[in-house]
Design a protein around this ligand. Structure first.
Ligand SMILES: Cc1cc2nc3c(=O)[nH]c(=O)nc-3n(C[C@H](O)[C@H](O)[C@H](O)COP(=O)(O)OP(=O)(O)OC[C@H]3O[C@@H](n4cnc5c(N)ncnc54)[C@H](O)[C@@H]3O)c2cc1C
Length: 377
């Protein structure tokens, strides 16, 4: 019988894992890739949609396009996970696995911040970014607050990118002088592992008159009065609130009993959970790396190599290195890059590359290579 690999979630991690297994093993393995959605959207595309730089149709990558030897995509909602039995139930049936890989990402807990769910106040989901688009694109007077309601959160540079892109939008529409931009986040610097990146962002904020409020987070919104309460009890009035909700593992993962402190603990070298034959990659796991697609992808490659070695009866491959490069939109048609290394040294390091048009092209290649590899598009 073929080895059965069941991959839960077809995001950055699940898509890379299924692609790598198919590439190496083809029909010799039986991969079931499960997701409740009908399409994948890159995280950074949410900003592009919100700022009107593209349309949702243009960045919507439909799972029906996946055609890979050995891989079957199942559009199903996972309702329970039994890690001991490696058995998964969905709204359509039961899947038993020899190897189970949980790649279900992080969900948003709107209720953790009273008021955040009343109306359109968050841009971290696809639907939220789409709903915020007309508000952002017509905002022309008053104060915009970009508020990060809790850590950890996906893509630590994204709120800073949001502030810089908003500045550009307002300049282009000739209304920047009538608007204030404030960025409130629980970190003391915009990108803690990379002091150079943080310094460059703080300088960019200062040049653009963007107020940076570090070490604070909004804990409640009064959407009628348009006032955000911060965790030190102070209040901040706003005319437009661009929120990053508190994150948490999906309910089905928490109910499986696999989590500790909210996420699935794994061996940082192999990504194996406490359960034999059960792995977790990406935002749903605690590995000591940030919640970002590049890290989910890197972790998925390690699990793929491990499963390929098992199927072929070869030795275990090398350990996960916790490295990844994140692109950062600086506005003015430029993109910077930070290359972070989380696991090889005593503490994380991040090398910064200044914004350039070359990095704009590199970021585009990053997206188009994944689009081709995962979807054949
Ligand atoms: C605004 C923004 C900008 C970003 N920019 C970048 C960037 O530039 N670079 C970068 O690397 N990362 C970026 N990210 C972060 C990146 O999108 C995530 O970290 C990444 O998608 C995580 O990958 P994952 O595989 O762990 O989970 P995800 O990609 O979130 O995939 C999880 C999948 O599980 C599915 N799922 C969940 N629950 C169920 C269920 N019960 N049943 C069935 N399916 C389910 C979901 O539908 C989803 O498809 C950004 C994120 C945001 C919000």
């Amino acid at each position: 019988m073929k080895t059965r690999v069941v991959v839960l979630g077809a995001g950055f991690g699940g898509l890379e894992l299924a692609s790598a297994l198919s590439e190496a093993l083809g029909e010799a393995v039986d991969v079931t890739l499960i997701d409740r959605a009908d399409a994948f959207v890159f995280g950074y595309s949410k900003l592009d949609v919100m700022f009107g730089r593209t349309t949702l149709d243009a960045v919507w990558l439909p799972y029906r396009a996946i055609a890979k030897p050995g891989v079957r995509f199942a559009r199903e909602t996972i309702t329970s996970i039994d890690p001991r039995e490696r058995r998964v139930r969905t709204d359509r049936g039961v899947h038993d696995a020899d190897y189970l890989v949980v790649a279900l990402g992080a969900d948003y807990d709107l209720d953790a911040t009273p008021g955040l769910g009343d109306g359109d106040n968050e841009f971290y989901s696809v639907s939220g970014a789409e709903r915020m688009a007309p508000l952002v694109q017509s905002f022309s007077r008053g104060r915009a607050v970009i508020g990060v309601c809790g850590a950890p959160f996906k893509c630590p540079p994204a709120p800073s990118e949001c502030a810089l892109l908003l500045h550009d939008q307002l300049v282009q529409r000739g209304v920047r002088r009538d608007c204030e931009i404030e960025l409130v986040m629980p970190f003391n610097t915009p990108v803690p592992p990379s002091p150079d990146t943080s310094a460059a962002l703080i300088e960019a904020f200062a040049q653009r008159d963007i107020a940076f409020v570090p070490g604070r987070r909004p804990i409640a919104l009064d959407t009628a009065q348009r006032v955000a309460t911060l965790d030190d009890g102070s209040e901040l009035s706003y005319d437009l609130f661009l929120g990053v909700p508190v994150h948490r593992a999906p309910d089905v993962v928490i109910e499986s009993g696999m989590t500790e402190n909210g996420y699935i603990p794994v061996d940082s070298a192999t990504l194996q959970s406490r359960y034999e034959g059960v792995y977790a990659v990406g935002d749903v796991a605690t590995v000591g790396v940030p919640k970002a697609g590049v890290f989910a992808e890197g972790a998925a490659r390690v699990v793929a190599r491990e499963l390929i070695a098992k199927v072929r009866g070869e030795d275990a491959p090398s350990a996960y290195d916790g490295r990844g490069s994140c692109y950062i939109e600086f506005g003015a048609g430029r993109v910077g890059r930070v290359d972070v290394d989380f696991l090889s040294g005593p503490k994380p390091t991040g090398a910064y590359q200044a914004p350039s048009t070359e990095l704009v092209a590199e970021k585009q290649r990053f997206g188009s290579t994944r689009r081709a590899r995962w979807f054949g598009l």
